[in-house]
Structure formats: C-alpha cells, structure tokens
Design a protein around this ligand. Structure first.
Ligand SMILES: [Zn+2]
Length: 416
C-alpha cells in the first residue's frame, strides 16, 4: 500500500449496526436475497454440467447472461450478484476436486443476507442530526442506521453485508481496512492469568477468581430449555401455516436473546480480566475436534470458550498486553505441576489424582491450570528474551505456531 508507515500493517475490522429499512426498502432487500439464491442455483447448475464433461476446468460465467432472460435481476444490486458468483467459484474450487459439489439453496432455508462492495462512495454514512443517521446503499438509497458507536474517519470501507435475523430485524455489518502500527507490547508481565477449558465446571482460572461455573450460565440453560419446548411445539404445526411462521419467529427471538446474553456475559468477563492482568494463557485446543472426539456435543460451543479467547485477545492487544496460546500437545492435565512428571495413566474421569512420583494430591482442573500458567510464563520469558520461534500476531496472540498468511490480517473488532 502506498503512503503506509513502514511498520504498519493493514487489518480488517468489522462493525455491525442495526438498520431500519422502510417497507419498500425491505421488499427490495428480500428481492435481493431471492435474486442471490436464483443466481447461485443457476450458476451452480451450469458449473456442475460443465464439470461432468470438462473435468477440472471451472466454468467462470458471470450473472450477466442470466439477466437477458430474467430482467428482474437488473432491479437489484449487481455487486451482490457478483459476490454470489465469487463465493460460488470458491466453493466449487474447494469441493469439485473432492468429487463433491456445493449445495443448491432452498427458499426459506437460505441464509438471509447479501454482500455488496464499496466503490467510489457508493456506500456512505449520512449524518442528518445527532440521533438521525442514514447509510447510502446501492439501489436502496438512504437507509436509517442506528450508529451506536462512531466509525473513525481513517477507516476505509471495503464491503457491507445486509442481513435479516430470524426474528425479522435488519443489520448491516461493515468491513474496513484499517492501517495499524502494532503497539509496542509491554516488556514485563507481572500479573498473568490462565484459563483452562474443563467440564463440568466449564472454564477454570488459575487465580480462581474468574471461573465460569454452570451457575453463572444457568439463565442460558433455562433459555435453552424454553427453546427446546417451543421447538417441539413447532414440530407439531403444519409447515408453512400462519402459526408455523409465527412460532418460527418466536424461536428466532429466543435464540437471539441467548446469543446476546452470552456475548454480554463474555464481554464483561473478558473486560474484567484484561483490566486486571497483563497477559492471559490459554490452551490452543481445537474446539471442533474436541466436541467430536470426546462426544461433549454442543456444550463445548455453549460456554463460548472460543468466543472468550477472541474477546480476550483483542481487549488485551488494545492495552499492549498479550494472549499466550500454549501448544495443544502440551500435556497440561497429565503433568504434575510440582515435579513435572507426566502421568500417562490419568483418565478423563479422574477429577482428583495423586502424583505417583512426588505424592502430591491434585485437583485435576487446578493442576492443569497451574501447568498452563507456568508454561505461559515460560513462553513470555523466552519471548521478552528474544526467542525468534515465537510470533506475536497483530491480533494480540503470542504463540510458537507459524500463522497462516491470511490469519495475520484477520482481526475482528466485535470478537466473533
Ligand atoms: Zn509430582
């Protein structure tokens, strides 16, 4: 990039705002969702037939030829259709070599969103008064936007995604290119906290002050039970009937409530932790693999351990602090935190154990947290000592792992 400071990097940041389209604008947004689905299905059909004859050569047709026979496509934002083509190509390139194909999109089950790009100020925030703001969007014109926080002037808009939630609210998520000069991280980390993922207590902290227990998220379980109950009601209703859609709406609202509450809870916790500690250590576990391997099911996702890690990373980074990720093969639970002997016989069901080597009695979670803390402190020491095998990503994550080139530039503002 030109004019860039030599030390600076460009990261993308994302902000989401509520929008309040008028009924005419809503209709056009719904039409755009429909046209995106139409283009996806038609182009996919063409690509699949082409693939059968010309193995390995991807057909790269644009939505333009569809417009001749289907003039309604010209009514909606052409950039949205263009992005469908790009996404489809990407999916085909990934799946065709494996002998698979992307799925066709069905009405009613499709994701309700579309993405458009910023070109020559086609998307612009228009301030009318302190409380009345609009966003200018292609084809839609000015849409009322609730600017709950201001957008820094130097952020350059890249693209915008307009979406409708299950409860019928509209949001716009804006992605920006932001030039940042990575903050010089502090050189001394006096106060370090460690988090370990554990069941049934969810998340255990080394200090013991920031544990998340099932009591903390009881409200979440309650909501979940209510969702399950409403879902059972839905299953007895006739698909497509008026009651059916009303019930679906209701369930969508409950899901949103659960998501918002969880986010809010984790935001508060991560704020508290990043304010009172200089660095936080977590284990670099792959949550997806973990839920499959140990059959924990969705509870792994429920407590949002991954979400918490992301929120911690960017909140720490803002203050020149770091999130340390310990390699997933580090035997945090099987190692004795006193004599460092690894107990290979330890089973997942053993909540308490005695070290065969030094005789110390351990609480499984506390021991594993202590190990993570020690390992994390060791990593921090090596890093401040100049160990070049450790990398601090712009997202504030310190680890020994080589980062995917794309991952370095993917810092999310809202933590999700
Ligand atoms: Zn021991």
């Amino acid at each position: 990039m030109d004019g860039c400071h030599p030390d600076s990097v460009v990261v993308s940041k994302c902000m989401e705002f509520r929008i309040r389209p008028t009924i005419e604008q809503k209709i056009l947004i719904w039409k755009t969702f429909g046209c995106c689905r139409f283009v996806w299905n038609h182009l996919l059909d063409e690509r699949i037939s082409h693939e059968k004859v010309n193995k390995g050569k991807l057909l790269n047709t644009t939505p333009a030829h569809l417009k001749k026979d289907n003039p309604f496509l010209s009514e909606v934002d052409s950039m949205a259709l263009c992005n469908v083509q790009l996404n489809l190509n990407q999916a085909c390139r990934r799946l065709f070599p494996k002998g698979r194909a992307p799925k066709f999109r069905a009405k009613g089950k499709d994701k309700r969103s579309y993405t458009t790009n910023w070109i020559n100020n086609n998307i612009e925030i228009v301030h009318k008064s302190d409380i009345e703001n609009y966003i200018k969007l292609p084809k839609l014109g000015r849409v009322r936007i609730i600017l709950h926080r201001s957008i820094p002037d130097e952020w350059r808009m890249k693209h915008a995604t307009i979406k409708e939630t299950a409860s019928g609210k509209f949001f716009i998520s804006l992605t920006f290119d932001v030039e940042i000069r990575p903050k010089e991280p502090m050189k001394e980390f006096d106060k370090v906290e460690a988090f370990d993922y554990s069941l049934p207590s969810l998340v255990v902290s080394a200090s013991g002050e920031n544990d998340i227990t099932s009591d903390d998220i009881r409200w979440y379980r309650n909501l979940e039970n209510r969702i399950a109950k409403e879902q059972r009601k839905l299953s007895r209703m006739q698909y497509g009937s008026r009651n059916y859609w009303e019930q679906k709406h209701k369930i969508g609202k409950l899901h949103e409530k659960a998501r918002n509450r969880r986010k809010d809870f984790l935001h508060k916790l991560s704020r508290k932790v990043s304010d009172s500690f200089d660095a936080v250590v977590v284990e670099d576990i792959n949550l997806q693999h973990m839920s499959q391997a140990l059959n924990f099911g969705k509870s792994v996702y429920d407590n949002g351990y991954g979400l918490l890690r992301n929120m911690l990373a960017y909140k720490l980074e803002e203050q020149g602090e770091v999130l340390v990720k310990v390699d997933r093969f580090f035997p945090s639970s099987k190692r004795c935190s006193v004599c460092h002997e690894v107990n290979h016989d330890l089973k997942l069901s053993d909540r308490q154990w005695t070290c065969p080597s030094c005789g110390t009695h351990h609480d499984r979670d506390k021991n594993s947290c202590k190990n993570l803390l020690d390992e994390g402190k060791d990593i921090l020491n090596r890093w401040t000592g100049g160990d070049s095998s450790l990398i601090l990503a712009p997202s504030g994550v310190l680890s020994g792992k080589k980062l995917h080139p794309q991952a370095r530039y993917n810092v999310r503002q809202d933590g999700e």
